[in-house]
Structures are given as structure tokens and as C-alpha cells.
Ligand binder design. Structure first.
Ligand code: SF4
Ligand code: SF4
Length: 179
């Protein structure tokens, strides 16, 4: 609906988004602690996830639950995946996989970030640093950047290669001649 109504898409500066992302780890820690030590309260704390209200019972609940779910929907209408990125404890578990990974599986070029910022600008999850590195803990594995990487109409490195040129941090030069 947000897209259809052409609502503005808010952008949070990366430094602030990175801090807000810790919210999901806090949520995970609180839920895990409650499950271990306060199982009765844990059931209530599970209401942190709005899906029971929004989907299972179709908003047919008391107003605080409905207000919470509607507030999250509203936030998500203006900010892409607001709940998933900043609150979701399951998202925290999945992002731990990115933090604990043994290798980088998303292909990058030396030109990524230096100078090209195309994939960074296109990543809807802010999961690419200005340097071109992937933030695996924030990456949703949508593979948009992999699609761009292989697309000679969208990746400037391939685009210039087709024209016999090379993209470097200092500009675009003719391949072979360096001029
Ligand atoms: S468009 Fe190509 S060079 Fe630019 S960031 Fe993406 S993969 Fe790297
Ligand atoms: S796979 Fe998707 S979320 Fe991950 S870095 Fe690439 S574009 Fe961003």
C-alpha cells in the first residue's frame, strides 16, 4: 500500500541504522532470558511480534495490541522492513549467521565502492558499506547485488568493458592504452 500510495521512503543514516539494529539482539536476549527464567512472562513478551494480532486473529483484539501492530505497519510503510531490521528476534538469530560466517559468498569487484556506489545505492537493506563491503549481518540475501554484478546494463564495470574502456578510482580510461 505504501508503494501504491507513493508514500515517501524514509532513509536513516547508516551510522544510526547500525545502532538501531542492535534492538533485535536486545529483543532476542530478553525473550531467551524470559524463556529460561520467567516462562509465564515469556508468553506475554512474545507479543513483541505483531503477527498474532495482524495475521492470526486479524486485528480482533484489545486496543493496545491493535495499536502496536498498526504502529509497526505505519513505520514499515515509510521505512522498508522496519520490524525485521530493528526489532525482530528471529532476524537477530539469522543475522548472527552472517556475523559468524567463515567466508564471504557474495561476489564483489575491486571497483565496488571504489569508485562505484551503484549496488550500495540499490541495496534496500543498507547492507553495503560505502567501501563496497557487504555487511553480512544486515544482508537479507535478496541477491539484488548479485544480479547487478552480472548485468552488463547495470554494472558500470561491464558496461564500460563492452565499450573497450575500464573504470578505475581515477576515472574511465580506454582499455589497453590507459588514455
Ligand atoms: S554495479 Fe558493479 S562495480 Fe558497481 S558496486 Fe555493483 S557490482 Fe560493484
Ligand atoms: S544480497 Fe541483497 S541485501 Fe544482501 S547486500 Fe546484496 S542487495 Fe543487499
Amino acid at each position: 500500500m505504501g508503494r501504491r500510495l507513493h508514500l515517501p521512503r524514509l532513509h536513516i543514516p547508516l551510522a544510526i541504522a547500525k545502532r538501531l539494529e542492535w534492538g533485535r539482539y536486545v529483543a532476542l536476549a530478553v525473550l531467551a532470558g524470559a524463556a529460561l527464567f520467567l516462562p509465564r512472562q515469556g508468553e506475554s513478551l512474545n507479543e513483541l511480534e505483531p503477527f498474532k494480532t495482524a495475521i492470526t486473529v486479524g486485528f480482533d483484539r484489545s486496543w493496545p495490541f491493535v495499536a502496536y501492530a498498526v504502529a509497526l505497519l505505519a513505520a514499515s510503510a515509510f521505512y522498508y522492513k522496519f520490524f525485521c531490521r530493528f526489532i525482530c528476534p528471529l532476524g537477530a538469530v539469522m543475522s548472527l549467521g552472517g556475523r559468524l560466517r567463515r567466508f564471504d559468498w557474495l561476489t564483489r569487484r575491486v571497483e565496488c565502492g571504489k569508485p562505484c556506489q551503484s549496488c550500495k545505492a540499490k541495496c534496500a537493506y543498507d547492507a553495503i558499506e560505502p567501501t563496497g563491503e557487504i555487511r553480512y549481518d544486515a544482508c537479507f540475501q535478496c541477491l539484488d547485488c548479485v544480479g547487478i554484478y552480472h548485468d552488463d546494463k547495470r554494472c558500470p564495470v561491464l558496461l564500460y568493458e563492452k565499450k573497450g574502456k575500464v573504470l578505475t578510482p581515477k576515472g574511465v580510461f580506454n582499455a589497453g592504452t590507459g588514455g
